[in-house]
Design a binder for this molecule. Structure first.
Ligand code: SF4
Length: 328
């Protein structure tokens, strides 16, 4: 299903004269990592595969690569993110091969319900198909916009779980079409744009209106805020992953807590999970790291867990619900 351009990788490694590399991969590309490693070894490059789980380009293993004596890191599955890296890093996004025409034809009547002026967004897996989708829809009479996004995304129309900047365009559009699998991204798009959002899963061919699901997520988030209402002592969790480290934001949160008569303690973690926090005696947590953590894992936390914006609601500093994003 995924294409990884082995020759291209080899050429880039030769350009930077890398003799030993670390390959980092998300769960779904482990076999591709093995194939790439074999290919590179056959071409004279010593290769180590990182067995640690990777969720995004926010977590490059450049420091580990350096420790292992590698002169380059190959980061599979995600697109480039601007970070201060310790070794040259090649980001190799994995692009999916799907029959977009079939999927679009199947869902055309549903897409028309968005209106004629729409924004188109997707995840990196389908980014290569975006121009095709745009042209297809324009032939059907749609006016389609692709947002540029900020420095945290690499492509026009690309969204990641912590950044929906490309879903916001200067034009007044009627709705948003998201192409991709899973709920988190389209829910984030719906919550940040506050526009009707249709998500089409190109693998199953199914289309779903996500605004109701987004409302359900918000109701759950309000429940967390209410649960944290009487909390006095907050653990403020920051991440040691390079692209999730928001130390300035964490300090702002500590200041806010202090100003409102509450206690805050910074906690640094690499992989944030509730079991690792069980021994602490805090009443609630604020996660100032990947915005997905408090939302995806909420069922696993016994203590309330909030995003920074949710804490602002709790402290009476904001009324409307807003999704947490890391903007670049
Ligand atoms: Fe994905 Fe979270 Fe990393 Fe953003 S911070 S790239 S959502 S893992």
């Amino acid at each position: 299903m995924h294409e990884i351009y082995e020759r291209e990788v080899l050429e880039k490694l030769r350009e930077i004269k890398a003799k030993k590399v670390l390959i980092q991969t998300p769960e779904g590309l482990k076999r591709e990592a093995q194939i790439l490693a074999r290919f590179l070894e056959e071409n004279g490059i010593e290769t180590i595969i990182s067995g640690d789980i990777n969720y995004g380009s926010c977590d490059p293993a450049d420091r580990e690569a350096k420790q292992l004596g590698c002169n380059a890191l190959i980061h599979l599955g995600h697109s480039y993110m601007q970070l201060n890296l310790e070794v040259p890093t090649i980001f190799i996004p994995a692009f999916a091969r799907v029959d977009m025409e079939k999927v679009l034809k199947k869902n055309l009547s549903e897409i028309k319900k968005l209106g004629r002026k729409i924004t188109l967004v997707t995840t990196v897996q389908h980014i290569k198909d975006l121009n095709y989708v745009k042209a297809f829809l324009e032939r059907e009479g749609f006016n389609v916009f692709l947002g540029k996004g900020d420095g945290r995304v690499s492509f026009l129309g690309q969204v990641i779980g912590c950044n929906f900047s490309s879903a916001k365009v200067d034009e007044e559009v009627e709705g948003i079409l998201f192409i991709g699998a899973g709920y988190f991204h389209p829910i984030g798009v719906a919550l940040t744009t506050k526009k009707p959002t249709l998500a089409i899963n190109p693998y199953s061919g199914d289309a779903i209106w996500v605004n109701e699901e987004a409302e359900r997520v918000i109701r759950k988030r309000w429940a967390q805020i209410t649960k944290a209402y009487d909390a006095k002592r907050f653990g403020v969790i920051i991440s040691t992953k390079k692209g999730q480290l928001r130390i300035g934001e964490a300090r702002r949160i500590l200041e806010l807590l202090k100003k409102h008569g509450k206690e805050g303690q910074l906690i640094a973690m690499n992989h944030i999970s509730y079991p690792a926090l069980e021994g602490f005696d805090f009443d609630a947590y604020v996660v100032v790291a990947c915005p997905r953590v408090p939302i995806d894992d909420v069922e696993n936390w016994r203590k309330p867990v909030l995003t920074p914006k949710e804490l602002e609601i709790l402290l009476g500093l904001r009324e409307d619900y807003e999704f947490d994003e890391i903007l670049g």
